[in-house]
Design a protein around this ligand. Sequence first.
Ligand code: F6R
Length: 239
Amino acid sequence: MKIYVGTPEEIAKLAAERYVKLLNEKPDAVLGHATGSTPLGLYAELIRLNKEGRMSYAKATSFNLDEYVGLDGTHDQSYRYFMDKNLFDHIDIRKECTFVPSGLDTSDSTAAAYDKAIEAAGGIDVQLLGIGNNGHIGFNEPNTPFGSITHKVELTQSTREANARFFASIDEVPTHAVTMGIKTVMNARSIILMAIGKAKAPIIRATVCGEVTPEVPASVLQLHPDVEIYLDHDAASLL
Ligand code: F6R
């Protein structure tokens, strides 16, 4: 694992350069994207660089990690909506090449088809991840099997509480989500994990220095050959 530490602005800029390099070397790259607060600085930087012509997404494909069950893409808390508003609407990617798991059709066959679609696209070149306070990656909550592929999950109370800030009340936070599995994530050729803020410091320590265990889903990343971790000073404070 390579670890980069800086201010939130510095790590956003540094991580963005990875995308410039990748998209220039491989214009038809397959990108795995995440939602949440953490990637917002990176996405703003990617939009700026794309508008400056430093790289193009015209031939790229995107697969998002996860989606809430029950929300369709027009719901302002759906992850499809988030991605459109915070990235896709502002870069030159073809919308039809951007994929987010369906929050409405949550059958096992549709979930499995998501993994098949990733494979058919050639596999993910760079998967971006945030991390939950409980170590979740995507919505793979503690004790998700490392061999899991895209599947429907029940969100833990702590995840629903953490995400309640985006909804009118906790009762409106969906109880379930569809997420790429841990195996789906580990199949990516390279992984970028980002974390910002003091609240993430203990789980970053457990992820990087702790035992590899399904109790800390992100600890599986220790087994991946190409992981870069971008942390602000607060998130890195217990390393
Ligand atoms: C988002 C996702 C989640 C978040 C994590 C951190 O698509 O899969 O794992 O990355 O919950 O969220 P933030 O960045 O809001 O702290």
